[in-house]
Design a protein around this ligand. Structure first.
Ligand SMILES: *[C@@H]1O[C@H](CO)[C@@H](O)[C@H](O)[C@H]1NC(C)=O
Ligand SMILES: *[C@@H]1O[C@H](CO)[C@@H](O)[C@H](O)[C@H]1NC(C)=O
Ligand SMILES: *[C@@H]1O[C@H](CO)[C@@H](O)[C@H](O)[C@H]1NC(C)=O
Ligand SMILES: *[C@@H]1O[C@H](CO)[C@@H](O)[C@H](O)[C@H]1NC(C)=O
Length: 353
């Protein structure tokens, strides 16, 4: 008898344990499901797009102002991102300003951060065209004064430090003193990648310091992984998740090589349509895998704006030759209005789920 009770009790405990495991599992599944819902999908025509006109936004740099600089087609302005199930909320700038009243938002990274900073400022401005703003391109600040909302940009392409040493400029993989400029913010949106692969005159350093070694060069993905890990540790140690929301803007793709989408002779130049469906023939770039791995090991709840695939589909959305007075064919930045508006809509969606 005693044995039977004991056995029943064990079965009872086992059932409870299974129930807990299943609840935790369901909660995890729901979380990753929400995430997938936002970032897997396809591009569809939406006649109500774009969200603003380039001529009415005071914050667009010439290099992103494709319509002003002669881009002849407008079809690329009409696409909206449709997640596989559901849709993303329509951006409401007034609601955004009320929610973030009195708060400071900072974009940190390279010119893809600049692209996204100008986009968000334009989107908000379109909702409150008569609001009092102060804008300094030089100081990289837009303030919506009636709401006390300030949106800053801190341009620092590697996130980790470049330190002047006797031998020259040294990209120092384990140093992030620049991070003191990111303290005290209410929202931080980081990005880094494009500058890690530059060589020749676009390479931003003379040497890399990797631990105690000073090297002339090293595997760039390896360097990126180490630098990003330094950033992740900085966030874990310095950001209070109760005070500051942290986002990482995923890897923004480049469309310079048509073989990636099975049109070997093409670049972004003259492209007027996104790729259909939700797969990119070349697959994800290795840097995106590194971002996933580093973010997965963090203690802080950093939200990955996983924009890589949806942006890979937009070979039509780059400035190409209509990039201000720049010569050449820009297949790495994005026209405004345009794709970065979707990145900001997803940021807005992530803040509301
Ligand atoms: C702009 O500021 C002025 C002076 O403070 C104020 O009277 C006006 O209502 C503000 N405009 C808006 C749209 O809030
Ligand atoms: C830019 O920053 C400097 C130094 O903080 C400040 O003196 C100046 O007023 C700012 N300019 C604008 C237009 O905000
Ligand atoms: C954040 O807030 C929660 C709930 O109020 C609290 O338990 C936790 O200790 C706080 N975390 C930090 C880092 O202050
Ligand atoms: C690409 O260009 C090469 C050289 O101009 C040409 O021989 C080839 O047929 C082109 N391929 C396609 C798919 O257009």
């Amino acid at each position: 008898m005693g044995f039977k009770v004991h056995k029943l009790y064990l079965i009872f405990l086992l059932c409870q344990a299974l129930l807990v495991v299943s609840i935790v599992h369901q909660a995890r599944a729901a979380k990753s499901h929400d995430h997938d819902n936002l970032f897997t999908g396809s591009w569809v025509i939406d006649p109500s797009y774009p969200l603003y006109e380039s001529s009415t936004c005071p914050f667009i740099d010439p290099e992103f102002n494709c319509q002003k600089y002669g881009r002849p087609d407008k079809h690329y302005l009409k696409y909206s991102w449709k997640p596989d199930s559901g849709s993303i909320p329509r951006f409401d700038g007034v609601e955004f300003l009320n929610t973030w009243r009195g708060k400071k938002i900072l974009f940190v990274g390279d010119s893809l951060s600049l692209n996204m900073w100008e986009s968000l400022s334009c989107m908000i401005h379109a909702s409150v065209p008569n609001a009092n703003t102060s804008y300094s391109r030089k100081n990289s600040t837009v303030t919506f004064k009636d709401y006390g909302v300030t949106i800053h940009l801190h341009r620092t392409p590697y996130l980790v430090d470049i330190i002047r040493e006797d031998d020259g400029q040294v990209l120092t993989l384990d140093s992030i003193k620049g991070g003191k400029a990111w303290l005290g913010m209410d929202m931080l949106i980081f990005n880094t990648w494009h500058w890690w692969v530059h060589t020749g005159k676009h390479q931003g350093w003379d040497y890399i310091r990797d631990g105690s070694n000073l090297v002339k060069n090293m595997d760039r993905l390896d360097a990126f992984q180490k630098g990003l890990t330094t950033w992740a540790q900085w966030v874990d140690q310095n950001v209070d998740p109760n005070k500051t929301k942290v986002f990482f803007q995923g890897i923004s793709p480049i469309h310079a090589k048509g073989q990636e989408w099975n049109q070997p002779n093409k670049t972004c130049s003259g492209e007027q349509e996104p790729l259909p469906g939700s797969t990119y023939p070349a697959g994800l770039p290795p840097a995106a895998t590194i971002v996933n791995n580093v973010l997965n090991k963090m203690k802080s709840p950093v939200f990955l704006l996983d924009i890589t695939l949806l942006s890979q589909l937009r070979k039509d959305a780059h400035p190409s030759a209509y990039s201000g007075d720049h010569p050449g064919n820009d297949c790495s930045h994005w026209c405004l209005p345009g794709l970065p508006d979707t990145w900001n809509q997803l940021l807005y969606a992530a803040l509301t789920i």
